[in-house]
Design a protein. Structure first.
Length: 287
């Protein structure tokens, strides 16, 4: 059994790694960038793209930083695109997704309802990165009627079964006291460690719910959610995609697949609009 101190160190390793991986240099000290064309509450879905897309950020990210690449990409292709902040801790700016995942799912429930009211749509499509690919599964399983409001969940590098944080804890001696502080004040971190009570409960009796289409996109170079194969959902009807099967030359790691990877963006667009899908290859970076 792991001691409390060991759990704390594992969780803190996740915090530090994600802080480095998810935020561009200097982002923690910069003003939060404005969204560029998304979160437009006057947007009305078209006949071709009838469902708004809700983007769900990962741990230590926010609704702007995590989606400055994918949101404009989808908006340019005619989708109504929205993103929310969740898991916001009092007094902690910029770095979100740290509060209890159950409460973040409540944030998502409220936001989805708001999007449906504003757009007049009957369903949304959810696209999440890291914790953002995990938390919506709690929403779908535990919020009555949620599955009737969601057509699809596309999870990019999700912490489906948690993470072992392979190799990251050796960074902790550089930051004395960080482990206990983060363990006590950032519940979502401990919830994403392999074997946590939260994951055991969430994944019991199946990972998916009827009526929702599930896709998982993973990279073999993921250094945060390890081992990378643990991201996949091995249930009937779930599509599991390895980025390197689309483009063998792709070297994107955990942050890259959510932030900047246009191969991933292209495949996400294919899933959201099958009628206009084209094969995703290495050349999709210029598509």
């Amino acid at each position: 059994m792991l001691s409390r101190n060991r759990w704390a160190r594992l969780c803190a390793g996740l915090v530090f790694a994600l802080a480095v991986a998810l935020l561009p240099s200097g982002a923690a000290h910069a003003a939060t960038p404005p969204s560029s064309g998304w979160n437009d509450w006057s947007c009305k879905p078209s006949e071709r793209n009838p469902r708004p897309v809700v983007l769900v950020h990962g741990t230590l990210a926010n609704k702007h930083v995590n989606w400055w690449g994918l949101a404009p990409y989808l908006k340019h292709r005619g989708f109504c695109v929205f993103s929310l902040d969740h898991g916001v801790l009092p007094g902690v700016p910029v770095f979100h997704g740290l509060g209890p995942i159950e409460e973040s799912a409540g944030d998502l429930a409220v936001f989805v309802d708001r999007v449906l009211r504003a757009t007049g749509a009957r369903e949304v499509d959810l696209v999440g990165h890291s914790q953002g690919g995990l938390m919506p599964r709690y929403y779908l399983k535990h919020h009555p009627g949620a599955a009737d409001k969601v057509n699809a969940l596309i999870a990019i590098a999700p912490s489906t079964n948690g993470t072992t944080l392979l190799g990251l804890t050796r960074l902790l001696p550089l930051f004395p006291g960080l482990d206990e502080a983060l363990f006590l004040n950032a519940p979502a971190l401990s919830q994403q460690v392999v074997g946590s009570d939260f994951l055991t409960s969430l994944n019991a009796n199946g990972y998916t719910v009827p009526g929702v289409s599930y896709t998982v996109i993973a990279t073999r170079y993921d250094q945060i959610v390890t081992p990378w194969r643990s991201q996949f959902i091995n249930e009937p009807g779930v599509r599991n995609i390895l980025v390197q099967d689309l483009c063998a030359l792709n070297l994107s790691e955990h942050a890259g697949v959510g932030l900047t990877d246009r191969v991933v963006f292209h495949e996400v667009a294919n899933i959201l609009d099958p009628s206009r899908s084209r094969p995703t290859t290495c050349l999709s970076v210029i598509g």
